[in-house]
Design a protein around this ligand. Structure first.
Ligand SMILES: [Zn+2]
Length: 322
């Protein structure tokens, strides 16, 4: 049988560059587990599952509900497995953000040891399929640097080898220069540095995170696209940027219209963008749908290939541990 002729978009590389453990639980698992415990699923989460855009505060409520179910080693493992399943038919790597302080201290859902063991089991199962997983510790920007230090204090007893990075997320309210001492400490602990920036805060946060806090990787960064000088800055410094289209459509009001997404402009400026699913258990998507959404933005085959190349070259999951 002759193959179909015509252009073929390159197959996606099976690498998810940004997913949160707490936002990765499968909706049916969440529904089942909530029902067993007699907990009503919040209207905000139901609305996200239907694909409706809502304010960031509603996202936090929906995200926290699912995260609140991560109270055992088995649940943590289930979340890792759900994230790996979304990599598609040729899974190749997962960079997984995890919020130990939220799970272990704030909500006291399980012990740090149980969290590490659940991750270890999920990551070992992924490894048996040939899928490497890197864990990135996530702290909350709007809780401030004191909280950042508390996150590092919590894990100071010893980091499992799968923990490779430190990041901030949440609301971009505290200037990154104030976070610089926390990022320095994480770097000294051997962790690579990332930050959610230019998502719910201005594009200028992206420059500040890189230039003043020493962050080497940006999650989202979409508001940086409003400033061509900032895109040049990211391109010149070869800063990887993790772009999550489904998440941006729902959570960034200016990007409700998917065709408004700046990914094509970012790539054409030479920024090292790659794709991630972010919180696919809350905002339904998988790696395949993210790649289809990128293609629908009018990217050329060469630009799709750039996305695939960046996904592999900059993935922490594919990096040899130092
Ligand atoms: Zn994220």
């Amino acid at each position: 049988m002759a193959p179909a002729s015509g252009p073929h978009p390159p197959a996606h590389p099976g690498i998810d560059r940004h997913a949160h453990l707490e936002g990765s639980l499968d909706p049916p698992w969440v529904r089942r587990t909530a029902a067993r415990r007699g907990l009503p699923v919040p209207a905000s989460l139901e609305a996200f599952w239907r694909g409706e855009a809502q304010p960031f505060e509603a996202f936090i409520e929906a995200f926290l509900f699912g995260a609140g179910l991560l109270d055992s080693r088995a649940a943590v493992r289930a979340a890792v497995e759900a994230a790996v399943l979304r990599l598609g038919p040729a899974p190749a790597g997962l960079d997984l953000w995890v919020s130990p302080h939220f799970l272990v201290v704030w909500k006291a859902l399980l012990s740090l040891d149980e969290l590490w063991r659940g991750l270890e089991e999920g990551i070992a199962a992924a490894g048996r399929q040939g899928v490497p997983v890197a864990v990135v510790l996530d702290a909350v920007n709007n809780f401030g640097p004191k909280h950042g230090h508390a996150v590092l204090d919590l894990v100071a007893g010893g980091l499992p080898p799968f923990v490779r990075g430190f990041s901030t997320g949440g609301l971009e309210e505290v200037p990154f220069r104030e976070w610089a001492p926390v990022f320095d400490r994480a770097r000294r602990a051997g962790l690579a540095l990332a930050a959610h920036a230019g998502e719910n805060g201005p594009g200028a946060n992206v420059r500040e995170a890189v230039a003043e806090a020493g962050v080497g990787r940006i999650v989202h960064g979409v508001r940086a696209a409003e400033d061509p000088g900032l895109l040049d800055f990211l391109a010149e410094r070869r800063i990887p940027v993790d772009v999550c289209l489904a998440s941006n459509r729902v959570l960034v009001p200016e990007l409700r219209d998917p065709s408004a997404h700046p990914l094509p402009r970012m790539l054409r400026a030479g920024v090292r963008c790659a794709l991630g699913t972010d919180d696919p258990g809350v905002i339904p998507c998988d790696l395949g749908s993210e790649w289809a959404a990128a293609r629908a933005l009018g990217l050329t085959d060469a630009e799709m290939s750039d996305l695939a190349r960046h996904a592999a070259e900059d993935a922490w999951s594919l990096r040899t541990p130092a």
